[in-house]
Ligand binder design. Structure first.
Ligand code: PMP
Length: 300
């Protein structure tokens, strides 16, 4: 896989082949880092990054949860991202900022380890399918909010997502769905969930899920463009089984419609509202909707 020729690391652009780390990197042993996943799109005005500031703010927030003293401001991280995109000549793709405890310290208290911050960017197409997907309920529950801080994007949390993704793959589902510790619907391994019933849109309330930037985008588009308010509340597995439509949202997954849950087809699969939102989202991220241009950071 080609991960781009250049990477920004600790304040400067370097060749990816020169970006090395020690085997004694703290995050490599314990997952003690935070990260983001951001997409950039080809638009008529050149490449643009979607909601760049919001992603960098969440990176800073996640860093603060893990007591990573970020040596760069949100604005510096945004500029650095645009620098990498220009250097790698990316038209569209995926951006991965990471801030972690690096070298210089072992043991579970990371204080004293170097802080390593980098931003990589490479071409990455569809994460899930463009067509509706089959989903299975993972036997692994989403991390308990009193074990870990569920709304921080901490590397180590993602073992929970990895195990669920592996389970889905091993059981011939295209993606997993995780319940929370009370048996309520939570989210996918890297996606938030929406269900639609009788024209009303629902999504699991915050608390055990990541506060997704695509989730917020879709709630705003549904309200402003379709006049549909989203109800954020606790939802049960039955709410998904009996839904008229359901979809996942995420930076990587964008809007991915669910075809079935645990082998049961969801609704009639006409997916009228979901398809409208999927198309609206594509229009916004690809710069065809002037009203939402503030969400785009143009590379040039
Ligand atoms: N939930 C989890 C667990 C995720 O990893 C992601 C991807 N960041 C999402 C939801 C969707 O978040 P966003 O829309 O901000 O990409």
């Amino acid at each position: 896989m080609d991960f781009g020729d250049n990477v920004w690391r600790n304040g400067k652009l370097i060749k990816s082949e020169d970006a090395k780390t020690s085997l004694m990197n703290h995050a490599l042993h314990y997952g003690s880092g935070v990260f983001e996943g951001i997409r950039c799109y080809k638009t008529e005005r050149g490449t643009a990054v979607f909601r760049l500031q919001d992603h960098m703010k969440r990176l800073q927030y996640s860093g603060s949860v893990l007591e990573i003293k970020m040596p760069h401001s949100v604005e510096d991280l945004c500029q650095a991202t645009l620098e990498v995109l220009r250097a790698n000549k990316l038209e569209s793709g995926y951006i991965r900022p990471v801030a972690c405890f690096g070298e210089g310290k072992m043991g579970l208290n990371p204080h004293g380890a170097d802080i390593d911050v980098f931003i990589a960017a490479w071409a990455w197409g569809k994460y899930l399918s463009d067509d509706p997907i089959t989903v299975g309920t993972s036997p692994w529950i989403r991390i308990h909010p009193r074990s870990l801080q569920a709304d921080a994007k901490i590397n180590g949390h993602y073992v929970n997502s990895i195990m669920s993704s592996q389970w889905a793959h091993n059981n011939n589902y295209q993606e997993a769905l995780l319940l929370d510790y009370n048996g309520n619907l939570a989210e996918g391994p890297g996606e938030n969930l929406f269900v639609i019933k009788d024209g009303v849109m629902y999504t699991p309330e915050l608390g055990t899920i990541l506060n997704g930037i695509t989730r917020a985008t879709i709630m705003q588009l549904a309200k402003d463009e379709l006049g549909i308010e989203t109800v954020e509340k606790k939802l049960l597995p039955e709410d998904l089984v009996n839904a008229d439509e359901a979809f996942f949202t995420g930076t990587a997954a964008e809007v991915t419609i669910l075809k079935s849950i645990d082998g049961n087809q969801i609704g009639t699969q006409e997916n009228e509202i979901s398809n409208k939102l999927k198309n609206l989202y594509a229009d916004v991220v690809e710069g065809r909707f002037a009203k939402y241009d503030d969400w785009l950071s143009y590379v040039n």
